[in-house]
Design a protein around this ligand. Structure first.
Ligand SMILES: N[C@@H](CCC(=O)N[C@@H](CSC=O)C(=O)NCC(=O)O)C(=O)O
Length: 277
């Protein structure tokens, strides 16, 4: 692994690392914010998954989370949204291919050779973080839009892995909306039974649990409600008594202006779950 960026930030360090991924078979970058506490002791980790068209850079340059992560002693790891490189399959559309990995394991060619973001997120990245950075055993996950889908889906598929989950404007039912249907058909094929294991709404409806979860949705978001069918998951969570708080915010859109307005509350929500003894 090679460190390619290092910036002092609120007494800690915002870093970006590059490595050869054994699972994705390409060079990848991820960002790590090390709070000041990490200099003296192991700290908990919050994983962040970004949305369509994003990389590891969007959160670290636009959300303004470092002030709160420093105060609360939380390491924040932001991974990229897909495998990358000239040898990796791509598409000219902005919502497919590189920048649009959907955090799943593709089964269809040519995607299956590299688009294994679920395995990368749940196996390779935690092992890299644990071996190179001072973490304790506690971890949570958050994300935005396609990354909100990823955070919810990965938590639902892995009960007990995360202390808490949060999402900004998540895609909650990818099998039922245009972004998800396009990606799932391309990466997983047209047999929709193969989509279910990657669909948060289906997982919640079929008995998968969630830890304490916070979901924020802007009411001036141009993708709500066509792509972001928040109420479908809200109704399911009520029916299943899942511990999920849904908040709807007039005037807020889909951008990082929305995320930066509420990121402090998400960091405090996760820190409370991560530091309970
Ligand atoms: N086509 C536009 C818009 C793409 C966009 O809005 N991307 C969102 C995530 S959408 C769901 O996953 C985003 O986070 N963009 C990055 C940002 O910094 O705002 C485009 O190509 O930009």
């Amino acid at each position: 692994m090679t460190r390619v960026e290092r910036h002092a930030s609120f007494g800690g360090w915002q870093e970006v690392w590059q490595h050869r991924s054994d699972i994705l078979h390409c060079e990848m970058k991820f960002a790590v914010y090390l709070p000041p506490q990490a200099a003296n002791q192991p700290v908990p980790v919050l994983y962040w998954l970004s949305g369509l068209t994003c990389s590891e850079q969007n959160l670290i340059t636009k959300a303004g989370f470092q002030r709160y992560a420093a105060e609360l002693g939380v390491m924040v790891v932001a991974i990229d949204t897909s495998p990358r490189g000239e040898d990796v399959a791509d598409d000219s559309a902005w919502d497919l291919g590189q920048g649009a990995g959907f955090y799943l394991n593709a089964t269809q060619q040519p995607w299956a050779a590299h688009f294994l973001m679920y395995d990368y997120l749940t196996k390779e990245i935690p092992a890299l973080i644990a071996s190179h950075f001072p973490t304790n055993a506690r971890q949570s996950i958050a994300g935005h839009s396609m990354g909100g889908h990823g955070a919810l889906m990965v938590a639902l598929k892995n009960p007990g892995l995360f202390q808490s989950v949060s999402a900004f404007a998540p895609i909650v039912a990818p099998s039922q909306v245009p972004w998800g249907q396009k990606a799932f058909t391309t990466y997983l094929g047209s047999d929709t039974t193969q989509w279910q294991q990657w669909d948060s709404l289906w997982l919640a409806e079929n008995g998968h649990p969630l830890p304490p979860t916070l979901i924020d949705q802007g009411l001036a978001d141009p993708f709500y409600p066509q792509q972001l069918t928040t109420e479908l998951l809200e109704n399911c969570c009520k029916e299943k008594s899942l511990p999920v708080t849904f908040r709807y915010h007039p005037d807020y859109d889909h951008s990082y202006y929305f995320i930066s307005s509420f990121i402090e509350e998400h960091l405090r929500f996760h820190a409370a779950a991560l530091t309970v003894s």
